[in-house]
Design a protein around this ligand. Structure first.
Ligand code: SF4
Ligand code: FES
Length: 359
């Protein structure tokens, strides 16, 4: 047992990989889980109970699109009934007044709505379907029913120039919080990296736009800006540390220390169908592999920032070096930084998207 581990606070429940959208920046794995492999209602009910017993306080119902699950109302009731704060992470497609009213009655506390761009034509092109108007309607519903609303926008080369318009749109939606996250390259997004990576000029222009908006909207709408880490000198403190605060359950019951971790082929992940969640969190080789500092090598081992960024992102280290224990190559102290620089220097392929697949 890993006695250094604290209990998890959050559970990301990826109820399904089914989704009506096909965004090329999707962080779902390229090998999507088919519907007949998804956990059933009773299995999710058991997962939520075990998670609560472990200490989980926040349940994020995500996907794919969680609204494609017919048992979503029951799952909301279960998680809320356990005393958890229940957040719905959705594209908004399929969210009707009737469905949302029912979910609110059952204890849904918060909606996180994805938006692709400011202008309908670009937003629909990125989504792969006519989704934009549904999102405006979904935002109106959330506000009318009095729920807090977060708007999430993945930023990339194709929509960066609409940043001011995106902020204005979130204002019109009366969002409480706007997360502007530059694409992180996992899953489908990794396939699309040459098309999605923003330019240095776009990022420089964005800084002032975000700073001015955050100042102007202080107290009305919180703006969170997630940097494009390839351009940074230090890596992000991914997940606040591996296996430190949150766990993800994939649609087929695979338990992951982070949503993208299934791509790390050198780790074996347990499944909640076979192993109790507490054993997975405290004892499984996958969750304990990179917890704390013991696994670190140089330059992280003796670096003063190791308690700030935890050596960066394990998924990124694996994707770029084949070794999940390597220093995140984003770090300028990493011997692999040249791999990131090579990606920055590689020719871009603007607009040439591999759209996310369907299951
Ligand atoms: Fe972070 Fe490791 Fe780089 Fe230090 S050497 S800044 S701990 S990634
Ligand atoms: Fe998996 Fe960073 S995305 S550890």
């Amino acid at each position: 047992m890993d006695v250094t581990a604290n209990p998890p606070i959050g559970l990301l429940a990826e109820l399904t990989h089914r989704c009506p959208l096909s965004c090329p920046y999707c962080s779902n794995p390229v090998e999507l889980t088919a519907r007949d492999s998804e956990l059933g209602t009773a299995e999710w009910t058991s997962v939520f109970g075990q998670a609560r017993d472990l200490g989980v306080l926040q349940v994020h119902l995500s996907g794919g699109e969680p609204l494609t699950r017919r048992d979503l109302p029951e799952l909301v009731s279960t998680a809320a009934g356990l005393g958890c704060y229940v957040n719905l992470v959705t594209s908004g497609l399929g969210l009707t007044r009737e469905r949302l009213t029912d979910l609110v009655d059952r204890g849904l506390a918060h909606v996180q709505l994805s938006v692709q761009a400011a202008t309908p034509a670009l937003a629909n092109r990125i989504a792969g379907v006519k989704a934009h108007d549904h999102k405006l309607a979904a935002a109106r519903l959330v506000r009318e029913l009095g729920l807090p609303l977060s708007v999430n926008v993945v930023l990339h080369r194709a929509n960066h120039d609409e940043l001011a318009g995106i902020i204005a749109l979130a204002e019109r939606m009366e969002a409480d919080r706007l997360e502007l996250a530059n694409t992180q390259f996992y899953g489908w997004a990794a396939l699309n990296q040459p098309a999605l990576l923003p330019t240095r000029e776009q990022l420089a222009a964005a800084e002032a736009v975000v700073r001015d908006a955050a100042e102007r909207l202080r107290g009305r709408m919180e703006i969170v800006y997630v940097l494009s880490d390839y351009y940074e000198r230090f890596p992000k403190p991914c997940m606040g540390g591996w296996g430190a605060h949150q766990l993800t359950i994939a649609p087929d019951g695979t338990a992951l220390p982070c949503p993208a971790a299934s791509a790390i082929t050198t780790l074996e992940f347990d499944n909640v169908r076979d192993t109790p969640l507490a054993d997975i969190w405290y004892r499984s080789p996958a969750f304990t592999a990179y917890r704390g500092e013991g696994w670190m090598r140089e330059p992280c081992r003796s670096c003063e920032r190791r308690t700030i960024d935890f050596g960066g992102c394990r998924c990124q280290a694996f994707a770029l070096t084949g070794d999940a224990a390597a220093t995140d190559p984003v770090c300028h102290r990493s011997p692999d930084r040249h791999r990131v620089d090579a990606l920055l220097d590689a020719p871009a392929t603007p607009g040439e998207f591999v759209m996310r697949g369907r299951v």
